[in-house]
Design a protein around this ligand. Structure first.
Ligand SMILES: Nc1ncnc2c1ncn2[C@@H]1O[C@H](COP(=O)(O)OP(=O)(O)OP(=O)(O)O)[C@@H](O)[C@H]1O
Ligand SMILES: O=P(O)(O)OC[C@H]1O[C@](O)(CO)[C@@H](O)[C@@H]1O
Ligand SMILES: [Mg+2]
Length: 342
């Protein structure tokens, strides 16, 4: 069997480890052959393929990014899009099945293709950890580690200047990265999309911390919606049509300085959170996802995605993974809140 791999949506540390896990397991266990499609669904609809022999995946588990490239191309768009054209392309390249590695958008496309008869399985990826049906996605642990390291550094410069330090992290419309990195770094306030917190309350926490001689650290998720605003702050719209998030850290910084009178600085961590080598945890998770996806392909379990449940790999239907966002539950927020303020 010849299997085609593609990585789609935003890149994420661990994508290369999935590719390596799939290729090595498929070759050694099932005698599969592999090709990669360049730049996500763009490579699929344009038939832009590269061979993926064993030598191509050497040493790949630790490498950030994706050797296949990625894009936000919609597999149904353009003259070559849609299931009929994709079936013809697969036939032309003797590709028997697809493994789509991506977030909710990529998997939504994969589901529609599977419904139309294309043999495809999915691997969940996102640093945001917002996919239902899997306890964790790879890339999240790495993003949290990078953000935590950055916040540890912000705290030493903050303490020296007796300043309030604000760190804006990614996560889109959920607060997982903010919650975990904030908790790890000992933040004095964590602002997430799931919780409406007035700036006066944040200012109170910050002032209390400052009064007891500490430099307050405030972590804000890019999707946090300040009280009085209807929607997230964005820097316009991406080519794919979704809002380009970012900017709320500057807003929070200005408001806190105004309300507390304490000098305040913002740092927006941005794409640094997605760059570089994956953590050991993400390398292992991504490798296992890749191996299990190959098992699913050889078992012809089309229309499904691999998921982590507890410590086990499981098969879940695409629709289960796409059933709304996995948000931060109230009890996790309540645990974090114990450390805010006094
Ligand atoms: N319902 C859908 N049917 C077909 N294609 C879709 C659908 N939803 C999204 N897509 C396509 O999939 C692409 C990738 O989705 P998106 O940009 O949300 O990234 P993702 O895979 O969710 O990863 P992430 O959001 O973590 O970067 C979108 O840009 C869009 O072209
Ligand atoms: O790389 P782009 O297209 O700017 O996308 C940024 C977005 O992608 C993510 O990094 C992953 O979904 C989000 O946290 C962030 O909002
Ligand atoms: Mg998405």
């Amino acid at each position: 069997m010849k299997i085609g791999l593609l990585t789609s949506g935003g890149d994420c540390p661990g994508l290369n480890a999935v590719i390596r896990g799939s290729v090595l397991h498929g070759i050694k266990t099932y005698d599969n052959e592999f090709v990669g499609f360049r730049d996500g669904w763009r490579g699929v609809i344009e038939g832009d393929v590269m061979d993926l022999p064993r030598t191509k995946v050497r040493g790949l588990a630790k490498q950030g990014g994706t050797i296949l490239g990625t894009s936000r191309t919609n597999p149904f768009d353009g003259p070559n899009g849609g299931p009929e054209n994709i079936a013809v392309m697969m036939e032309r390249h003797s590709v028997d099945a697809l493994i789509a590695i991506g977030g909710e958008g990529t998997l939504a496309g994969a589901k529609r293709l599977a419904d139309a008869g294309i043999p495809v399985v999915g691997v969940p990826k996102t640093i945001d950890n917002d996919l239902q049906a899997t306890d964790y996605t790879f890339g999240f642990d790495t993003a949290v580690q990078i953000a935590t390291d950055a916040m540890d550094r912000l705290r030493t410069t903050g303490e020296s200047h007796h300043r309030v330090m604000v760190a804006e992290v990614m996560g889109r419309n959920v607060g997982w990265i903010a919650l975990h990195s904030g908790m790890a770094a000992g933040a004095h306030a964590v602002l997430i999309p799931e919780q409406k917190v007035p700036m006066t309350q944040v200012a109170e926490w910050v002032s209390e911390v400052h009064q007891r001689g500490r430099s307050p650290l405030v972590v804000v998720a890019e999707g946090f919606i300040p009280e009085g605003m209807d929607e997230v702050l964005s820097q316009g719209t991406e080519v794919s049509g979704r809002p380009l998030l970012g900017g709320v850290g500057d807003y929070v910084t200005a408001e806190l300085e105004k309300l507390t009178g304490i000098e305040t600085r913002n740092t927006t961590l941005g794409h640094i959170q997605r760059g570089g080598a994956p953590t050991g945890f993400d390398r292992v998770l991504a490798t296992r996802f890749g191996q299990y996806a190959v098992d699913m392909v050889n078992g012809k379990q089309w229309g499904n995605m691999v998921a982590l449940r507890g410590t086990e790999m499981q098969t879940v239907a695409f629709e289960e993974a796409l059933d709304g966002l996995k948000t931060v539950p109230q009890d996790r927020w309540d645990q974090a809140k114990i450390f805010f303020g006094r």
